[in-house]
Design a protein around this ligand. Structure first.
Ligand SMILES: *Cc1c(COP(=O)(O)O)cnc(C)c1O
Length: 254
């Protein structure tokens, strides 16, 4: 078995709990996939690690999870640095899933493989310019705001085609699909209807000549509805890592 001496802090019950949650989450994805006639491997799992220490990520990486998401650069960069050996050993893929500030695009372009939350032309151009020449193109989803919520990220459906055209013209970005983060809803039918809306926006773009293969949608509380509607990435935080610390809070060693 592989060991990571620098992360030996997370052992015992905390580790067992993470492994148990990983198993449960995978089972939820597999049962939803089978219920809706999809291959379980067509639904990718991104572990959203904001508010959780590198040690917790390491446990899940050692257990076979390969995709991890971060929302806040200030928190993410030290964790990425600490996990660099593990990233290399296991070929981990890092997803940026937070709101992007125009003056902070460089570290995203340099350290991440995917960006799920692109919603502005200016950001697209900066990410393209700052993507290092030695790295493959940055894999990108455009975030779409399905429900009008002031202050929330995402383009409106009306703005989507123009941003998709811009991104397609940028050689260091590869437009893969769409992402949404709808407001929480208790109702499965409401959740599913919103996710199906995102799926229709992708179909509309594909009918105009794009070949988008990605729908990033579904979190801990609504992953089944997202799988029903065709999610190819579900972004799971709490159900995998447990309750998280608030943004800006310390992430202590476990
Ligand atoms: C925090 C976050 C998640 C995970 O949310 P959970 O409800 O904890 O699973 C997924 N996507 C984005 C964009 C997030 O910010």
């Amino acid at each position: 078995m592989l060991t990571t001496p620098q992360f030996s802090g997370l052992q015992g019950p905390a580790r067992d709990l993470l492994l148990e949650r990983l198993k449960k989450t995978r089972t939820r994805i597999a049962s939803a996939a089978s219920r809706y006639g999809r291959a379980p491997e067509s639904v990718g799992l991104v572990g959203i690690a904001k508010g959780h220490p590198a040690e917790a990520i390491a446990v899940l990486a050692e257990a076979g999870l390969r995709d991890f998401g971060e929302n806040y650069l200030q928190e993410a960069l030290p964790k990425l640095a600490a996990l660099a050996p593990l990233t290399e050993r296991h070929g981990l893929t890092w997803h940026f899933t937070g709101q992007i500030q125009a003056n902070k695009t460089r570290p995203i372009a340099e350290h991440f493989h995917w960006v799920h939350t692109l919603d502005r032309e200016k950001i697209a151009i900066r990410l393209n310019d700052q993507r290092p020449h030695y790295a493959p193109p940055l894999q990108v989803c455009i975030q779409v705001r399905l429900v009008d919520e002031p202050g929330k990220g995402g383009v409106t459906p009306e703005e989507l085609p123009a941003l998709a055209r811009t991104v397609s013209g940028l050689p260091r970005l590869c437009l893969r699909g769409l992402m949404c983060l709808p407001p929480p809803s208790e109702s499965f039918d409401t959740q599913r209807a919103r996710f199906e809306q995102l799926a229709r926006y992708r179909e509309a773009l594909n009918a105009q000549g794009w070949a988008l293969d990605t729908l990033s949608m579904g979190m801990s509380d609504d992953l089944e509805a997202a799988v029903a509607a065709g999610a190819t990435w579900v972004r799971i935080g709490t159900a995998l890592f447990g309750e998280r610390r608030p943004p800006g809070g310390q992430t202590p060693l476990a």
